[in-house]
Every structure is written in C-alpha cells, then in structure tokens.
Design a protein around this ligand. Sequence first.
Ligand code: PDD
Length: 284
Amino acid sequence: MRTVYVNGVFCPENQGVVSIFDRGFLFADGVYEVTSVLDGKLIDFSGHMARLRRSMSELSIPAPASEDELLSIHRQLVDKNALAEGLIYMQVSRGAADRDFLFPAGDIRPSLVLFTQTGQLRDRPAAKTGLKVVTLPDLRWARRDIKTVQLLYPSMAKTEAKRRGADDAWLVEDGFVTEGSSNNAYIVNADGALITRPLSHAILPGITRSAILRLATETGLTVEERPFSIEEALAAREAFITSASSFVMPVVEIDGHKIGDGAPGEIAGRLRAIYIDEAVKTAV
Ligand code: PDD
C-alpha cells in the first residue's frame, strides 16, 4: 500500500481523508502539478513549482507550504514509497468552507494532497510504436493556461478516443490544434521545422514543452511557435506530444491517417533521448 500525504500527515493511502466540503471536490477549485521521478530523483522540479505558484496566484489560492517544504514532502514520498521511477501528483485546493459560489473570506486553509504512481517512464513500448490520436473539439474552459483539477472534459475526450480505437485525443478550436488531452502537441513539416502552438490562455504552458523547445533550438532545429491546422498535421512528416508523464511520444496516426511513413519520427526519437539524458543530469 502506498504512503500518501494529506494536510501535514503521511499516512497509508486508505487513511487519507479530505473534507466533503473541500472546494476542490465541490467546485474543482484547485490546481495541481505532476512531477516525474527517474532514478529516485525529481525531474524539472523548479519549473513545476514556478507553474504551481502562477496557477495559485491566478486563482488567489494561498500557498499551503513553502517551496522548500514542498520539495521536502516530495522527497519524503519518494523515500517512503521506494519510488525509483514514476510520478508524483500534488493537488492544492482552496480548502474546506461552507458551500457558496463566493470565494470564502478570511481564515481558510488550502488543502495539500500528494500521492505517487509507480510506472515505467523511460522504457515505454509506445515510444517505439507511436500513438494514434483522433481530433475532437476543444470544449474546455478559456483559461487552460491554469493547471486546474477540472479535468472532466479531458477525461471525456480520452475515453472517446479509446472508444474509437485510438490512444488519445488532439483538441481542436477554430480548425487549429490546441493541445492533447493531457499533453502539448507538435508537428514537423516537410522542411523539417518544428511547429507547436504558442503560449496563450488556450493551452497549458508545459514544463516539458519549454525544455523541448530549448533543446530543439540548441540542436539546430527551426522552431515555429504558431497554431497549426488539422490539414497541416495530416500532411506533416512527424508528429509528437510532450508531458511530464510521457516525456516525448511519437504520434503515428491522426484520425486514421498515417503521419509520414507511419513509423515514429526521427526528430521525436532524438528529442526524447536528449530530453531524458538532460532530465536525469539536472534531477534533484
Ligand atoms: N498533464 N497540456 C495539458 C492539458 C496537460 O494536462 C499537460 C500535463 C501538459 C504537459 O505539461 P507538462 O509538460 O508540464 O507535464 C499539457 C499532466 C502530466 C497530467 O495531468 O497527467
């Protein structure tokens, strides 16, 4: 059984308790981060903390702990669960208060919950075979740059993608791809340019995305941050996604159409290798 962290206490996962009046539960009034762990160390931790700070500040949720304390809790969870490879989920909600749409005034303590998930991140069969995605309308709210726990539509989209025999969904707004259900989306065009949507309220600023764009530029690739259409994606040489849980994963099929020759792309493979290499070196 896992050890989890709930509001100041480490406990067995079946003993972690949050109030039924928690606003995370009643209003999805909370934010989260997912940090990957390789060789028992945290990947891109400072980036995840910076994004958490921004998410909390956009919603006026007070910080439940200092960054040093959060790092210490992450490390203790890694130790207590002997987590060599996997993910740490951290959720911060506004806390428990009488049910009212109005943000509660005054003395309310944010809830802080962390738990681990064991899983292979480095050696994933999908990295060699590639993912199939289908496109679906992006019906999420208009502040996707804030990493909130309102994940119902992404869950619906992923479930619909599975129902259609695919692995995931790419979400589309006004004919242009925003991002994947829980990852950022990229294509490589015939000229070898890497194209991904620019940051805005329309997408989550992926921590992996920021590392990948820097590494891509460093390796001499042309990076174009601009929206791309489904048509452009179908004609692409390569496609892939990035996230803390998948790092870089090739996409080999979109809406039943093969991308490139239908095999994982060379650039996606190279960026995956470089990213993992650097992530391990800079892990904390
Ligand atoms: N998802 N876009 C969305 C909508 C996401 O939910 C995520 C992450 C990303 C990639 O961000 P990052 O590179 O910082 O992980 C983009 C996490 C992994 C999840 O909810 O499982």
